[in-house]
Design a protein around this ligand. Sequence first.
Ligand SMILES: [Zn+2]
Length: 374
Amino acid sequence: MLGRGVLSRLHTLTQQKTHTLTVYLDIDQNKQSNRKRGYLVQAEAMLKELRLQHGRSQRLDAAAERALDLIRSMRPSGKSALVVVHPDTDLAEIHQAGLPFAAAAYWHRGAFLRPVVEAMDENERYGVVLTDNKRARLFTAQMGELIEHEDLLSETSQRTRGVGPDQWRAQKRHDARHQEEVALHAKRVIDALHDLSLRAPFDRLIVAGPPQATGQLVRLLPKRLSGKLVETVSMRVSADCKEVLSKVLAVQRRMEREQESKLVEGLVAELHDAGKAVAEFASVLDAVNQGRVWKLFYAKGLRKEGGECKECGAYLPHAVGPCVYCDGEVQPLAQVIDRLSQTVMEMGGQVEVVDGPAAEQLKPLGSIAALLRY
Ligand SMILES: [Zn+2]
């Protein structure tokens, strides 16, 4: 798993004068194009382009070969993979992550870890409690990974029905005791949740289980925990981890869509003469060229053709003809959006790839826009 420990080690080890190769790969096996090692083709293409960008370098060639070896021997299980190779110190590692990262390759001083660091900061941790009347399981989920922390069992008696008319008194006593036990169990679960929130603090809480049990638990949640509650879901207490995780991811996606929509609304509000935002491909390219982009937004899957000036390196909305900045010769540039994202991130900016309603909001703006630094 790609945790903070791994990141800080990679960061420290690659703080050398010589360059480090960093590759982000999309290895999601739910995508047809990634099956049968399609991601290897993707990696080869990116590394080829990186070598073209940097000219002849034996160190880069060696690093690229080493990276491809690692990718070839990987068994894909995550959504993305991070490869870091620093030839001089013999550092060569591959790590899979449960989150998607934009595919890209970098040849820099130091491993380029900002996308992961940012994802970690932005990825809220979810606490999940899955409970019925006697059993409760506690989980946390972050960055697409689920950890089960506890599985507790209370001695709640079965709720039975008496038969004879003379048994009603006994039945009533039994029911009362059952109710008490159920409430006691719910309190135990809340104590355990409290403990978990201290050990592994979470930002949001999901309560899952049969509706009767989740209803009871939610009613008893103290303010501190109920403030984090985002959803109650119906689920068997014996559900496997895969099922729990897929529910968490669905809730998370919904929350992200809502946040994205808010961000895009904020951006649209800045789209006026004195505002700090631009929209449409050509204006965004111009802002990137000027180093003014603070946050780049584009709709997931957006493809654009464009060019790059051979002289000044500026990005242009046209693939041929003279550069508008220096009159230099423009050459066609494939994967303009990827290159733009890379440039924005290298300049300390952020990239928001939006989907769903936020992408719809961006559509009339050419599906691409940016918030500016000034
Ligand atoms: Zn130029």
